[in-house]
Structures are given as structure tokens and as C-alpha cells.
Write a protein that binds this ligand. Structure first.
Ligand SMILES: Nc1ncnc2c1ncn2[C@@H]1O[C@H](COP(=O)(O)OP(=O)(O)OP(=O)(O)O)[C@@H](O)[C@H]1O
Ligand SMILES: [Mg+2]
Length: 467
């Protein structure tokens, strides 16, 4: 910081002003100097041969002029450090001038110069309202003035430096507090991500194991069930044939046959054989459907743990959306109007089937969130996120006008097996699979939702993928 050596001198006596000028700027002497010098102690007036500090002085003839100069100096950002003010002047006296000067510039150091004893320090303090005022009695010597100038400019500069340092310290503290808050938020975010990633990793291992173990029994139950179904068909045919035989026996009017037929009919009645025969086929079909559902879940679990084994290829996001829409169309069409706003977007590096699966799961969720009828909007666009030029992403928004998601569920959405759907409808794996696939593409997913109004799932997939 520059040292402020600016000094304001207010004195109505031209000779005195010139003398001040001569003291602070020794080469500046003039014809009136000798007159002013009479007020000073002549013996010590000649400046010593030491290297001296240079001052920037400004002379004013009266209080008002001094106030004007101080105002201007303050406005231009170059305030005075010290003012030497004559006490006895026409117009404003030294004390009144000081009071006005301090109104403009409270940091100014003021030295009142007085030749008479008629003003006591108390008089002056009562006018100025401050007691940090300095006095010089005339006649004074040159060294005294320089000492005042040196000490008071030093004090002014120290005070200014201290207040600047204080301000800097406050700003630095505020910045630190901000950084602390940011860091805390980031740590929290990272911790959540790590917990999420760890959950996913352990679920991945668990999923792979479970999928492997379930696959074998699933295969033989499936094949056995197909066999049972074909056996049932044969047994039903046999039953129909036996029914025909019974009808024939009935026509013979043989008492032994009648007895047997009665027994048979009672057994059939009691055991609801007719209903069972009708149900068998349905039960077998339902079991096969249930089994297929289990197969799909196992397949999902396997995919879940196998993402990192796949190869990236050029993927058209809009195509992936179209193919997902195609797959879920039969489920969507009864409930939802589809609005497509597919933008002109570049290809990304990715796994096309997996990306389709992301949209499939999001679309199914959207449709399941709509109770009777609503709208599902699918939008794609290119966005720039982050500071680097290459930080380009495809943004996909899938919005629905469904039931919305309660605040307390938002954090759990991507947890494996989190579901709010009735047993048999959802396994709660949809969004955790979505999350894993997006993570494998270095993308991100977020959700905005309002209860009763609907939800929007927003996916970002980077164009440049370093995986
Ligand atoms: N668009 C949506 N609107 C409202 N709730 C949703 C939406 N998407 C997901 N959810 C909520 O998040 C839960 C988890 O979704 P996720 O897809 O993981 O599982 P699921 O749909 O219940 O079952 P699955 O997808 O395995 O059949 C849902 O049960 C539902 O409560
Ligand atoms: Mg789902």
C-alpha cells in the first residue's frame, strides 16, 4: 500500500504558509519566506543534511478553502493524512474548521497551531467534539513540525493498514466459511454417492449369486411344469373318455353298473372334479406365467452385475427411446398420451440395449404412476454443463402427470428392492438398474416431483465418455 504523506495546511498568513512549504519542501523558498520565518525559531530553521521524507502539501488560506480541498481530496480517493490548522483566522477559526473537517474525514490527524494562550485545550475540545487533537504553540521550530508530520502520517498510515487488514481478514474469514460450507456439502454428497455405490456393489455381488443359484432350479421347474401341463392334457382327455364310458353304462340299466355310477357321481360331486378339470389348465398357465416373471427378474439381476463386461458402441438416444416406447406401447396406450419432443442430438458412446432398458423402466414407472389417464412427455436435447468446452451432455427428461413421489421416498428411489407397489407388481429393482446403467455411462440421474402433480426424471449422458 502507498504511504500517504499528504498534508493540508490552513493559515491566513501567506508568510506562514510559505514557511511551511519551505519546511516540507526545502527548495521551495520565496520572497515572503523571510516574513513568515520570523514566527519560527530561526536558529534551527535550516534543514539538516539528512535524507528526508518527502511530503505532498496543500495550502489553504482559510477554513472554508481547507474544507473544500479536504472534500475534494477525499472524493478523489487521496485524503490528507495530517492537517496543520491555525487557530486564529478570519471566518471559521481553527477549532470550528477542525469540527467541519472531521465531519468529512474522521480519520484526519489534526494539529492546531496557536500563538496565543487565549484558547485552552478544553475550549478547543468542546468545539471539535473530539479530544484526539494535537497542539503546537508558536513560535515553534522546524524540527517540531517535521516530528509532528512524521509521527502523525505514520499513525494515519498504520491505522489505515490495520483497518485494511481487518477488512481483508473479515473477507478471508467469510470466504473460508463459504469454502467450508461448500466442502461440507461436497463431502456429504460424496458420502451419499459412496454409500450408494457400495450398496450397488454389494447388491451386484448378491444379485450375481442369487441369479446363478435361482437359474438351475428355475430351469427344471420350467421343464417339469411344461411336462405336467402336457400330462394334465392327457389326464383330462382320459377323464372325458371315462365320462363317455359312464354315459354308455348308464344306458344299460344294469343294477351293478348303476351302483358304480352313483358312487362315481357322488365322488365327483363331493370333490368338485368338474371344477378341478376346468381349473387345471388355467393353473398350469398361471404357474408358467409366474415362472416367466421370475426368469425376467433373474435376467435383470444378471444384467445388473454384468454391465462392466459390455462394449461401448455409437448409440442413438432417440432410437433407444423409440424402441423403448415401442416395447411398452401396449401398457401405455390405455392410460397415457405420449408427447415426444426429440431434439437433434449427436450419437453417444454407450450400450444401446441398456440405454433402452433405462427408458423402458422409466416409462413403465411413469405409466404406473398414472392412475386413470394422463400424459407422459419424453424430451431429448443437447446441453452444456460444466466449464470445459467438451462438457456436452444429452439430456433426457421423462415426465408424467402421475401421483408424484413423497419427499421421504426420493432418497430411497434407487435403493435395490425399494418399492411402494403392491406385492407381485414391482420388485423395486427398476430404478436401481437404471442407476447402475447410467453410472456405467458416466452420466447422472435426478428427479423433480410434486405430490399429486407428477414427476420428471432427468438423465444426463456425456458425449465424450472416458470409460
Ligand atoms: N414416475 C414415478 N412416479 C411416482 N413414483 C415413482 C415413479 N418412478 C418410481 N417411483 C417410485 O419409486 C419406487 C421404485 O421404483 P422402481 O422402478 O425401482 O421399482 P418398482 O417400479 O416399484 O418395481 P420394478 O421397477 O422392479 O417393477 C416405485 O415403487 C415408486 O414408488
Ligand atoms: Mg419400476
Amino acid at each position: 500500500m502507498d504511504q500517504n504523506n499528504r498534508i493540508l495546511i490552513i493559515d491566513d498568513d501567506e508568510g506562514v504558509r510559505e514557511t511551511y512549504a519551505g519546511i516540507f519542501i526545502p527548495e521551495k523558498k520565496s520572497y515572503v519566506l523571510s516574513r513568515g520565518q520570523q514566527l519560527f525559531d530561526k536558529e534551527t530553521f535550516e534543514p539538516p543534511p539528512l535524507k528526508r521524507r518527502t511530503y505532498d502539501i496543500c495550502l489553504a488560506e482559510n477554513g472554508l478553502q481547507g474544507i473544500e480541498k479536504a472534500t475534494k481530496a477525499r472524493e478523489t480517493g487521496m485524503p490528507f493524512a495530517v492537517a496543520f490548522i491555525d487557530m486564529k483566522m478570519p471566518g471559521l477559526n481553527g477549532a470550528q474548521t477542525s469540527r467541519r473537517l472531521w465531519e468529512i474525514d474522521p480519520d484526519l490527524k489534526i494539529v492546531i497551531v496557536t500563538a496565543y494562550s487565549e484558547y485552552t485545550p478544553e475550549d478547543i475540545i468542546s468545539v471539535t467534539g473530539r479530544d484526539d487533537i494535537f497542539y503546537l504553540r508558536k513560535p515553534f521550530n522546524y524540527e517540531e513540525i517535521l516530528q509532528f508530520a512524521r509521527a502523525l502520517t505514520n499513525e494515519w498510515n498504520l491505522e489505515r493498514n490495520r483497518s485494511t487488514l481487518e477488512k481483508n481478514l473479515i473477507t478471508a474469514n467469510e470466504k473460508l466459511a463459504d469454502m467450508n460450507d461448500n466442502l461440507r456439502a461436497k463431502v456429504q454428497q460424496q458420502a451419499t454417492l459412496i454409500v450408494q455405490a457400495e450398496k450397488m456393489a454389494s447388491v451386484g455381488i448378491l444379485a450375481a449369486g442369487v441369479a446363478h443359484e435361482i437359474n438351475n432350479p428355475l430351469a427344471f421347474i420350467n421343464s417339469n411344469l411344461a411336462t405336467i401341463k402336457s400330462y394334465f392334457e392327457r389326464i383330462i382327455t382320459l377323464y372325458e373318455k371315462m365320462d363317455a364310458v359312464a354315459l354308455f353304462l348308464d344306458t344299460l340299466a344294469n343294477p351293478a353298473a348303476e351302483e358304480l355310477l352313483k358312487d362315481l357321481s357322488e365322488f365327483k360331486e363331493k370333490n368338485k372334479i368338474k371344477d378341478i378339470v376346468e381349473d387345471l389348465d388355467y393353473i398350469a398357465d398361471e404357474s408358467i406365467e409366474g415362472l416367466n416373471r421370475i426368469k425376467m427378474i433373474v435376467q435383470d439381476l444378471k444384467n445388473f452385475s454384468r454391465l462392466d463386461e459390455m462394449q461401448f458402441e455409437k448409440t442413438d438416444i432417440n432410437n433407444a427411446i423409440e424402441s423403448a416406447l415401442h416395447m411398452v406401447w401396449s401398457e401405455l396406450k390405455h392410460k397415457a398420451t405420449i408427447e415426444k419432443k426429440l431434439g437433434d442430438i449427436p450419437l453417444i458412446n454407450g450400450f444401446p440395449q441398456k440405454i433402452s432398458q433405462v427408458f423402458l423402466n422409466l416409462l413403465i414407472n411413469a405409466s404406473q404412476a398414472i392412475e386413470k389417464s394422463g400424459t407422459i412427455t419424453v424430451e431429448t436435447k443437447l446441453v452444456h454443463l460444466g466449464r470445459r468446452k467438451g462438457d456436452r451432455f444429452v439430456e433426457i427428461n421423462i415426465s408424467d402427470t402421475g401421483c408424484g413421489i413423497p419427499e421421504e421416498n426420493i432418497k430411497k428411489l434407487y435403493d435395490p428392492f425399494f418399492t411402494t407397489k403392491p406385492a407381485g407388481t414391482g420388485t423395486g429393482l427398476g430404478l436401481s438398474i437404471v442407476y447402475e446403467i447410467i453410472k456405467a455411462h458416466n452420466g447422472d440421474i435426478s428427479v423433480h416431483s410434486r405430490l399429486g402433480e407428477g414427476s420428471t426424471f432427468c438423465v444426463h449422458l456425456p458425449l465424450i465418455n472416458n470409460s
